[in-house]
Write a protein that binds this ligand. Sequence first.
Ligand SMILES: [Fe+2]
Length: 535
Amino acid sequence: MSDHNDLNRRGFIGAALGTAAGLGAAGLAATAQAAAPAGQPGNGHTDLSQPPAAGGPPPPGAPGSGGQFSPIRAEVTVRDCEVEGKLPKDLDGGFFATGPDPMYPRLPNNIMFDGEGHVRQFRIKNGRVDYMTRYAKGERYLAQDKAGRSLYPMYRNPLMDDPSVRGKSRATGNTHVINHKGLILALKEDTPPIALDLNTMETVDPIYTFGGQLPSTQPFTAHPKTDSRTGNLLAFGYEAEGFGSDVVSFFEIDKSTSKKLWETKIKVPYVGMIHDYGITDKYVMVFCVPLTIDHEQMKRGGIHWSWDRTQKTYFGVFRRGGDGKDLRWFEGPTRSGTHTMGVFEDGNKLYFDTEITAGNPFPFMPNRDGAPPDFKGAESYLHRISVDLSGKGKVYNIEKLFPMSMPLPRQDDRYNTVPYRYGYGACPDPSVDRRVAGACYARLDLQTKSYKLWNAGTKVSLAEPVFAPKNAKSREGEGYLMGIAYHLDQNLRSDLVILDAEHVEDGPIATVRLPVQASPQVHGLWVRGDLYPKG
Ligand SMILES: [Fe+2]
């Protein structure tokens, strides 16, 4: 039997207690491929790109220095949470998020992106906050729950799956959530969504296919967009024609009827992680980066990807609503770009704002040439990629936008497909020495190239924030910025901090104090109260 069969509940509890007791110290100097990889619970280093200082973790309080990916496993309900400050009277809705929270311990060479999706909600209404978390219970969760052990022991490597789960969905819903027709769809880019009831957060459909319009094996991006004009759902899936395929499928779903309005497919220069994309009124933009499929590594029992520094990047553009045959590729140097902040078009010119790393963005993922982890190369900075479709150029332009590292940039989501001005994210203060920089939430002004920061200090780790408009008609940026602060000196006990998004420098106007550690988070979502199902 393989090692993963030994990963029983007792072992898990031992590992969890070790983390809580500060096993991190033993893992501080671990390399990304050693027993306690950077970014995994237990070594105190959970950020995707922050370089450890002198081989150790990021300094206390730097974004990602702990918390965001630490497992908790407990499904929690806290009614009428303690609140410091004053909750805005006009704040009505839910702050949702999901993250990987493994039911059973990961193998040593597995990565922190693996684990069953644990979804949480802060429901804010009438000056009160209720907190609730539930697992996204897809077929993977249910099979493991029944078996009492891990059946999917390696990140996106079906070769390692237990024979008993062949043909079952590998969906975890551990990366992002969206609201569609009164449901929360928990997303992981290699599988269809898992649907949860928005109010109760119980799983209502383990393989959500929009009424059978998408295949039950259709990969569905963790970063779909909402059309800023129509409200329709825009999404894509890569490896769309089976495991390892070079086909990417793009589609548009009507917001009201869930009817599929458009679908087209393109082929990419190589099979790699396409985590996010951009779409405007007229165009679709896709950025191919060389975190590529590694069949040999999977045969050896490893993860799906490795970093291939020999490959260029390719920025692809094609007309929305068409057949994809007008696809144009623009080349660029070896880089990675994982998350899109915003995009827009101006005549024949297209602009794509994304965070860019010089090297492998995830030091805990192997380099194909066997090179050691490059933490400096994993630092992520916001850049603007642009192309002019009126010319015959075959190279994209790129410029750096801001000085701070920010791997998880966000915008006011009402501006997904149109020109926008403001961005948001967690970052270290770029004007302060990294070792004492503290964890900040930032509001970026793309028009003036300026920014405002709230520095939460060196004893918290901040997860990605979300923007909540005051109401559906608020102007861009008028509303609240909210996110989770994991207290590094309180066993990761967590707060939800709520800031005035136009004055983040003033600090939280309200802090919701949880009595426990918040569940793990990759990405979050704000759902306005008027979008909740009635009754
Ligand atoms: Fe993401």
